[in-house]
Design a protein around this ligand. Structure first.
Ligand code: SF4
Length: 188
């Protein structure tokens, strides 16, 4: 488990370097106090998880942002999504997956006395942002921790994300996380 110097005013749940790079850059430029949290037990196999986690930390190191890796409890993820294996991406399995990850990070935020949680789970065009926000709302109600919506798509953010993926030579995977790949060609 990786843990670097903490500044825990806001926790940013990140799924990977390519989805988070432009948001991290923007928040860093705005001198916001935040910490990136990597909690993604949905990613399989473990080697792929490790690669994405290490790459996300590399992005944080570039912008001098603290990075925390929480536990890889893939067994719990599998138990929670059991029976939903054949759901398409954006279907019922994704709602549970978003909820599980957001709730865990909110519980961590509560434990550590952080102000709130934000995420980049809805940044990719393959994701349903409403679905992410609904999962966040439910987790927020249950934990009492605020969810702060951060713009990761509009206002040039997607374009900047694409630029940074090239500039930083980021590893960009071709599937979301679980091994049900659907029709995706890449993760842009
Ligand atoms: S496609 Fe992605 S968000 Fe949906 S269940 Fe799989 S890992 Fe989670």
């Amino acid at each position: 488990m990786i843990e670097t110097n903490k500044n825990k005013s806001l926790l940013l749940l990140s799924c990977c370097g390519p989805c988070s790079c432009a948001v991290i850059e923007k928040l860093a430029q705005e001198q916001k106090a935040f910490t990136v949290v990597f909690y993604n037990p949905n990613i399989r196999p473990y080697e792929e998880y490790r690669k994405r986690c290490d790459e996300n930390k590399r992005v944080c190191d570039i912008y001098k942002i603290p990075f925390i890796e929480l536990e890889y409890d893939n067994e719990r993820w599998c138990a929670l999504t059991k029976g939903l294996e054949n759901e398409p991406e954006r279907g019922a399995r994704c709602s549970i997956c978003f909820y599980m990850r957001l709730k865990r990070v909110m519980e961590y935020a509560k434990q550590e006395g952080c102000l709130g949680v934000a995420s980049v789970l809805g940044v990719s065009r393959y994701k349903n942002l409403t679905q992410v926000n609904q999962a966040a709302e439910q987790a927020s109600k249950e934990t009492g921790v605020s969810y702060i919506e951060i713009e990761g798509r509009k206002g040039g953010m997607q374009e900047r994300r694409m630029q940074l993926i090239k500039e930083l030579n980021l590893y960009a995977q071709d599937y979301c996380g679980c091994t049900i790949r659907g029709d995706r060609k890449n993760d842009d």
